[in-house]
Design a protein around this ligand. Structure first.
Ligand code: PLP
Length: 479
């Protein structure tokens, strides 16, 4: 551990240097820390990276171009970038037990694009695609492009439906994957809210996808990746797992055996900034069969690598290999379960009736609210969450009927079961005291709501009190 004093000095000095050029940026950075310290952050996809991870990003690695891979760069002078990229990849391989790790993707979406392209390039017999591999993409003739689109446009992807908790990048329209693939999705059992593997197998048999995708942003349960792999094998599909949300639980060995995606999937993608608690970024893990295609990520679908972020990935992955990370991962799940129990005990309705990962999905129709109304009422009360569709959501993807909450961030702050129960009390108080509003013409509104501002203030103060016992970045003082 570095001394707390060193951490304070580092951030203070950095701000002093920035302030001399553009003080408003320095002020905004300081204000962001203050805001993060004061908000009860229950956004399931966010976390707080360590000072070492944050500091590894602010340096001259940012100036370096490093297209290519370790030892095979299109630019000279990449020896130090090679060092950090190789280190990040080594930590990733060791941490997850993967034979290959590609640490260049800039985000989770980019990691998925790398994986999709690698699978297409590996699996699809396309003369146009072969030409695209051997020549510069911008050398392709117009005819090649049309052929490529035709050949690739026939390919199929089977992923989890959005309202069951799947992600946009698994073949849905707002993402390019929805244009690249003919997509069909599997949902969850309406009675239990759980994945019904027999139904997934049936959909796979009927649809015969090239890629079967597992992984989610809003499913509060474990997924059995062994069964999913068997389904993929039964139809000759490539099995891809997007563990963006739960990579920290895999790293911390909370998800093992059938629930660890790495031994079962052909290819695994992830973000590095969610439960894994690293810098903003993405990563791809795979076996030797796909490694060469994955390594073509840049320049095939990615812009130049971000060496400063790869340095931070190496730091964060080194942290995740330490025994205390396993402890952290277990506490994330313990806290989510405590939060779920606290909510259930007060009468809240939860999708699947609970959780075995880091997130809880409240069905706020039980409170007579839409997700949008609930999200805003909670925000007024100092509780940061996000609205999310529930399975077969009657209010659609914009207003929704759900609130997604997660514990990775609060667990990093050190909050435990008692604070989770107190948090459940605050959430329940706000939601049970909020009523749906109406439009000017008297019809019910899906956005407007009524909440006594005095109550919102009171809850806000209680939330701040709850946090004051567990300061964020206690080692860092900026003044
Ligand atoms: C968050 C998420 C992504 C996208 O990650 P970005 O870094 O925001 O691009 C992809 N897949 C899943 C399942 C996610 O939860």
């Amino acid at each position: 551990m570095s001394s707390p004093n060193a951490e304070s000095t580092a951030f203070r000095s950095a701000l002093e240097v920035i302030r001399a050029v553009e003080p408003r940026v320095a002020d905004a950075i300081g204000a962001e820390l203050a805001d993060q310290r004061e908000s009860l952050k229950l956004i399931a996809s966010e976390n707080y990276a360590s000072p070492a991870t944050l500091l590894a990003m602010g340096n001259w690695f940012s100036d370096k171009y490093a297209e290519g891979t370790v030892g095979r760069r299109f630019y000279a002078g990449c020896q130090n970038v090679d060092t950090v990229e190789a280190l990040a990849a080594e930590h990733a391989r060791e941490l997850f037990g993967a034979s290959h790790a590609y640490v260049q993707p800039h985000s989770g979406i980019d990691a998925n694009l790398v994986a999709f392209w690698a699978i297409l390039a590996d699996r699809v017999e396309s003369p146009a695609l072969k030409r695209a591999q051997v020549r510069q993409v911008n050398d392709l003739t117009e005819e090649d492009w049309f052929a490529l689109r035709r050949e690739l446009g026939d390919q199929r992807m089977l992923g989890m439906s959005l309202d069951a908790g799947g992600h946009l990048t698994h073949g849905f329209r707002p993402n390019i994957s929805g244009k690249m693939f003919d997509q069909r999705s599997y949902g969850t059992d309406p009675a239990t809210g759980l994945i019904d593997y027999d139904r997934v197998a049936e959909a796979a048999r009927e649809f015969r996808p090239l890629i079967l995708v597992a992984g989610y942003s809003a499913y509060p349960r474990k997924v059995n990746f062994r069964i999913m792999r068997e389904i993929a094998d039964s139809v000759g599909a490539t099995f891809m797992v997007d563990m963006a949300h739960f990579a920290g639980l895999v790293a911390g060995k909370v998800f093992t055996g059938d629930f660890d995606p790495v031994p079962h999937a052909h290819i695994v993608t992830t973000t590095t900034h969610k439960s894994l608690r690293g810098p903003r970024g993405g990563m791809v893990l795979c076996g030797p069969e796909l490694a060469d295609q994955v390594d073509r990520g840049c320049p095939m679908v990615l812009g130049g690598p971000l060496p400063h972020v790869m340095a931070a990935k190496a730091v964060a992955l080194a942290e995740a290999r330490r025994p205390d990370f396993a402890d952290y991962a277990q506490r994330i799940v313990d806290n989510a379960q405590a939060l779920a129990e606290g909510l259930l005990g007060r009468g809240a309705k939860l999708v699947t009736g609970g959780t075995d990962n880091h997130l809880v999905l409240i069905d706020v129709s039980g409170y007579g609210l839409t997700g949008r109304q609930a999200e805003q009422a909670l925000l007024d009360s100092g509780i940061v969450t996000n609205r999310n569709a529930v399975p077969q959501d009657p209010n659609g993807a914009w207003y929704t009927s759900g609130i997604r909450i997660g514990t990775p961030a609060l667990t990093t702050r050190g909050l435990g079961a008692a604070e989770m129960d107190a948090t459940a009390e605050l959430i329940h108080t706000v939601l049970s005291q909020t009523t749906a509003g109406s439009n000017a013409d008297g019809t019910p509104s899906k956005a407007k709501y009524v909440l006594d501002p005095a109550l919102a203030d009171k809850v806000s103060r209680q939330a701040t009190d709850l946090l004051s016992t567990h300061p964020l970045y206690p080692s860092v003082t900026l003044t």
